[in-house]
Design a protein around this ligand. Structure first.
Ligand code: SF4
Ligand code: SF4
Length: 377
């Protein structure tokens, strides 16, 4: 059977229009009431990586999260929660500042604290993993993932699959990068994590996406659509096709299909819209963006290649723009490597300095810099 991806078109975040699109998306996937059973608690998991002006497209737009809550609430699901483990800051503050909290209030949505953690053992295909999961994820009956369409330095894109990394509690996220230090191992861990959590539905906010230096320092770009699917690999590969990126170059797509989470192959994906079915070719022709600024090269320096020392010179590296750097030190704090791979080696009044021998290319520093001072090249 093919994986169904619902594609909904919306030019902006006008609340009623977004609500209508999300409602239609649920209907195209079988109806909102098929995603929960009576009395269950559902957890909404937006991408709230860190606070910023809503227009910068750093996190899932409040109108999308509110629309999802409203559709589920109207379908009878009265026990809704919302939370995320942010990179910087507190989810509740980001939700309050962006007015997401006030939007969710009429639907009784409770905010939950993702800093409380619970160790979860997970075994699959002979592999044993342990996740320091945010407790609300374990306590909920089901999770609805509401990601943002963005670029990502390590995995090319961040979308349906990557969104669940925010289910890992607090500082454990940084530690995960040292345990899974390249794009392939990190992607495989993400697939296990998704299989462990098993979100009931994946929604992607791509009305305004982020391109370029994502996932937090890029530029907003209008894409005008929302994607919804039970298959996160089909959803992410539809995103990839829309931005003219070969879905096979996205490690989470390749490992996701091999490990049985979903499919990235176009012939195995059924695209549905409010206007009827559409082929991938036509969708890309009518709504794709060939100019979307994303790395379209195959990932290098992962797997076996990363073990061959001299090939590290071909790997992408993070660089600090001294004119933009405000010496806040957040990049240094976020570096997960023991002894740090970037430090204020030249003093606190000069931008931090990289030790590329130590650097594992996790790009946490680039992701967390609040002043767009770090780029990956
Ligand atoms: S986080 Fe950004 S602005 Fe702050 S010290 Fe690092 S590079 Fe400079
Ligand atoms: S310096 Fe940046 S990219 Fe390198 S290991 Fe530290 S956080 Fe990761």
């Amino acid at each position: 059977m093919k994986s169904k991806v619902a594609v909904l078109f919306s030019r902006d975040y006008e609340e009623e229009a977004v609500y209508e699109r999300i409602r239609a998306g649920f209907q195209l996937l079988g109806g909102a009431d098929t995603f929960y059973k009576e009395g269950e608690h559902l957890l909404l998991k937006p991408n709230l990586v860190r606070g910023a002006a809503v227009e910068r497209a750093v996190f899932t737009h409040p109108a999308v999260v509110t629309a999802v809550a409203r559709v589920l609430w109207e379908a009878g699901c009265k026990n809704l929660q919302c939370g995320d483990s942010c990179g910087i800051g507190q989810a509740e503050k980001i939700m309050r500042d962006s007015k997401m909290l006030s939007g969710l209030a009429p639907y009784g949505v409770k905010t939950v604290d993702f800093s409380r953690e619970q160790q979860v053992q997970y075994e699959n295909g002979g592999q044993k993993l342990e996740f320091a999961m945010a407790k609300p994820v374990c306590e909920a009956d089901g999770l609805i993932s509401i990601s943002k369409m963005k670029t990502h330095a390590l995995e090319h894109i961040t979308g349906a699959v990557k969104n669940q990394y925010g289910c890992i509690a607090g500082l454990n996220k940084a530690k995960g990068h040292t345990r899974y230090p390249n794009a392939d191992s990190f992607a495989r861990m993400l697939i296990h994590l998704n299989q462990c959590i098993s979100p009931r539905l994946y929604i992607m906010d791509g009305i305004t996406a982020m391109e370029g230096n994502g996932p937090t320092s890029g530029d907003p770009v209008p894409m005008g659509l929302l994607l919804m699917s039970r298959d996160p690999i089909a959803l992410d590969s539809t995103f990839a096709r829309l931005v003219h990126l070969n879905p096979e170059y996205v490690p989470t797509n390749v490992h996701g299909e091999t490990m049985g989470l979903g499919t990235w192959h176009t012939e195995d994906i059924e695209l549905v819209t409010e206007q009827g079915p559409i082929t991938m070719e036509n969708l890309v022709k009518t709504h794709g963006n060939p100019d979307y600024n994303v790395d379209r090269t195959r990932s290098r320096g992962s797997g076996i290649l990363s073990k061959i020392g001299f090939l590290r010179i071909f790997q992408k590296k993070p660089y600090i723009d001294p004119d933009k750097c405000r010496k806040c030190g957040i990049c240094v704090e976020s570096c997960p490597v023991d002894g740090k791979a970037l430090t204020f080696a030249k003093g606190p009044k000069t931008p931090p300095v990289y030790n590329y021998q130590k650097c594992i290319r996790c790009f946490c520093c680039q992701e967390m810099c609040p002043h767009k001072a770090i780029s990956v090249r």
